[in-house]
Design a binder for this molecule. Structure first.
Ligand SMILES: Cc1ncc(COP(=O)(O)O)c(C=O)c1O
Length: 282
């Protein structure tokens, strides 16, 4: 049995999938947002023996329908959970094309055009948020991985010790990461994965607008340095997912500059950069 499809089969499958996606997009607002099915019933509905024989297109598309019927319909206009947006149809087509091109975006050599596009998108993002030409970046798969990568960079930048070779045990004091009580759980996870541990997270209380207090932050860092701790970075939040609160970024940046500390900003539920520039922080 071959998994290669003939040109005619590719065309048939492609048209069936596109047709299905178009109908699904049109129907989403009429569907119940959440399926009413138990985990047990769903397991038996979707279970089956290892498929070793080819299935015909009709039965494959029936499977697709059953899977979609028992998912949450994130594109429903009354679906307000999480920070998940509705799928965009342009994105659906983009995924299709990206899968067809099937690039290894590991380096320019492996994927010259996609790597160039990544750099271009970063330039556009810099322009959108008002970063200068000296800004650099990388696209990540999501917020948790971005926080992990940001903290990894901050950790390396916090010392001249070769952490690559010697590990975090060689740090001159116990590491400390400063953030507010509203911070996302992925910050703790990143600390854990980096081997510095969740105990390194110093959680500052917030004011009644759910923002970190930059003055308290400054005194905290000073006291920790005096006590022999090793401050790694400050993690500010720009748009906490629960409240939409934005920490006072300028004041926190000043504290970080004064203490020569890396500032990592975890951006999530942000207003548009234009709104941010025209409205004073509370
Ligand atoms: C402030 C903040 N940071 C990080 C994340 C994690 O993002 P992701 O779910 O893409 O890993 C979220 C997710 O809601 C978030 O709100």
């Amino acid at each position: 049995m071959s998994i290669e499809l003939s040109e005619a089969q590719r065309a048939q499958l492609g048209r069936a999938a596109l047709d299905w996606a178009l109908k699904y997009f049109a129907a989403q607002s009429q569907l119940p947002i959440y399926p009413t099915v138990s985990a047990k019933d769903l397991s038996s509905l979707l279970a089956g023996s290892l498929p070793v024989q080819p299935e015909d297109l009709t039965s494959v598309m029936a499977d697709v329908q059953r899977i979609a019927d028992h998912g949450r319909h994130n594109g429903h206009p009354r679906m307000f959970g999480y920070v998940q947006s509705s799928a965009s149809f342009a994105g659906v087509m983009g995924d299709l094309i990206a899968s067809a091109i099937n690039q290894n975006v590991t380096s320019w050599r492996s994927a010259p055009a996609p790597t160039t596009i990544e750099h271009q998108v970063i330039e556009w993002l810099k322009e959108m948020v008002g970063f200068g030409p000296q800004g650099i970046g990388v696209l990540m798969s999501g917020g948790s991985m971005a926080n992990f990568a940001g903290l990894a960079v901050a950790l390396r930048a916090s010392t001249d010790i070769d952490l690559n070779q010697r590990g975090v045990g060689a740090l001159p004091g116990k590491p400390r990461i400063y953030t507010s009580s509203m911070t996302h759980m992925s910050i703790g996870k990143a600390a854990s994965m980096l081997g510095i541990g969740k105990d390194a997270i110093e959680t500052l209380p917030v004011n009644n607008a759910f923002q970190m207090d930059a003055v308290a932050l400054s005194s905290w860092i000073k006291a920790d340095r005096a006590a022999g701790f090793h401050p790694v970075c400050v993690v500010a939040t720009a748009g906490d997912v629960n409240t939409g609160a934005i920490d006072p970024l300028d004041a926190i940046a000043d504290v970080c500059a004064a203490h020569k500390l890396w500032l990592h900003v975890d951006g999530s539920y942000e207003r548009s950069p234009r709104d941010r520039r025209t409205s004073a922080a509370p």
